[in-house]
Design a binder for this molecule. Structure first.
Ligand code: UGA
Length: 432
């Protein structure tokens, strides 16, 4: 099939490259010419395992094309995916839809024959209706159909998630067009993905309800973890014991720092705004947002307690600063609160992240980026494991210490408390 992806950010680029890999011809469009030049030179502007190879391969086969000319891409495609960003608007904390509406206006100018227009961007319920209205301003109804196809990719796992999704959700009232999308996704459905179609608003709601539910699961186990810590229970056992109940399921029950990233924090806020708009108080999601904000402070405060309230002059190594592993994304990472707080209190901080140095900390005095674990942990009083990158999972702490005593605060429970005890290391973890 001939496809256009409008917006070559995370969702557009990953999905575009994956659709091309399934044999489709895909035009990836972005108004950022610099980005398009990079992609045309086989430089992928985002960090996602496996994406470089996928882009290179499909570009070489001429199935994946990059352009800043939306008109060419739309004219040459049958299915057009809107994949532009929907950041939180500063005004009312809901999704800012200006880029979606701009894309719809631009698309409407280029429609030359029947087009299927699909929203992949995360958009509040009812946005599809607004997109349709915008396009109707220029083109007759029989020339297009607007669908919703929410995206459930996770950063760092996006290619695998695209290839092996649990489900593909399509929102449309038009059976013929829904069938066309089912055909597009057929290779994934054949491998076990469930194809679920509902109406357009239903699909829009499924995306927000899913993200808010996953955020709730995380906050729930984090709070249970707080109680486990006080009662001498191991939260890991509780997660396993709970997850064995198929009604609950074991995934997204890992304790850790506050959830971050570009999706959960943004989408939980946006859905509560929609709730308020329709006079429906989404009180559970509102309390999840509060609980997550509080969590950032709780974990940072605990560092103070571990250091016996003497942070000034202490040398601290932070391992991992991104919001999760296998991404260079710093958005809403709890390290953004933790590091400036400790620095302000007079700590000397060395940090290492496999995805490289971060501008976020470049102006902070006494905060230095190190090139590896050894450099970061040399002569420190405390090591904080903040992000669960694979290379932090089997550190030889005995060798690292070279006789110097230090404490470890493992915010991802990567190590066994018993083993650490045997090594004579003061080890603190979460919820156990
Ligand atoms: C999330 C959803 O998982 C995707 O399905 C969705 O498509 C995406 O948002 C989106 O809306 O675009 P993502 O933000 O990439 O994906 O990352 P997750 O793996 O979901 O992690 C989010 C946060 O939750 C991270 O800070 C992670 O450390 C935390 N987390 C996750 C936990 O603390 N515990 C867990 O058990 C799982």
């Amino acid at each position: 099939m001939k496809i256009a992806m409008i917006g070559t950010g995370y969702v557009g680029l990953v999905s575009g490259a994956c659709f091309a890999d399934l044999g489709n011809t895909v035009w990836c469009v972005d108004k950022d010419k610099e980005k398009i030049d990079m992609l045309n030179n086989n430089i992928v502007p985002i960090y996602e395992p496996g994406l470089n190879e996928l882009v290179k391969k499909n570009f070489l086969f001429n199935r994946l094309k990059f352009t800043s000319d939306l008109n060419i891409a739309v004219k040459n495609s049958d299915i057009i995916f809107i994949c532009v960003g929907t950041p939180l608007s500063k005004k009312n904390k809901s999704a800012d839809l200006q880029y979606v509406f701009k894309a719809a206006t631009e698309i409407s100018k280029s429609i030359n024959k029947f087009k299927i227009i699909v929203t992949k961007s995360t958009v509040p319920v009812g946005t599809g209706d607004k997109i349709e209205k915008i396009i109707l301003g220029r083109k007759k109804k029989k020339l297009f159909e607007v669908l919703s196809n929410p995206e459930f990719l996770r950063e760092g796992e996006a290619i695998r998630d695209f290839r092996f999704p649990d489900r593909v959700v399509i929102g449309s009232n038009n059976k013929k067009v829904t069938k066309k999308l089912e055909t597009l996704y057929e290779p994934l459905i054949k491998k076990g993905a469930i194809f679920f179609s509902t109406n357009r608003k239903g699909a829009e709601m499924i995306k927000y309800a899913s993200n808010a539910f996953l955020a709730t699961k995380i906050s729930y186990i984090n709070e249970i973890g707080n109680l486990c810590e006080k009662t001498g229970v191991n939260v890991e056992d509780v997660s396993i014991g709970m997850g064995l109940d198929k009604r609950i399921g074991g995934r997204f029950l890992r304790v850790g720092p506050a959830y971050g990233g570009s999706c959960f924090p943004k989408d939980t806020k946006a859905i509560t705004v929609t709730g308020d708009l329709y006079r429906t108080n989404l009180s559970i999601i509102k309390s999840v947002i509060k609980s997550n904000e509080k969590r950032k402070r709780i974990l940072t405060e605990r560092i103070k307690v571990i250091l016996s309230n003497k942070v000034k002059g202490k040398k601290i190594a932070i391992l991992g600063v991104t919001f999760k592993p296998n991404t260079d994304d710093m958005r809403q990472s709890s390290s953004l609160l933790m590091i400036p707080y400790l620095q302000k209190k007079g700590a000397n901080i060395k940090y290492y992240d496999p995805s490289g140095e971060k501008n976020n900390f470049s102006k902070l005095k006494n905060v230095t980026f190190c090139k590896n674990i050894n450099e970061a942990c040399k002569n420190v009083d405390l090591i904080v494991i903040h992000t669960e990158w694979d290379e932090f999972k089997s550190i030889d702490f005995k060798r690292l210490s070279r006789g110097k005593k230090f404490k470890i605060y493992d915010m991802r429970n990567l190590y066994s408390s018993e083993k650490m005890k045997k090594l004579g290391i003061s080890y603190y973890s979460i919820g156990r």
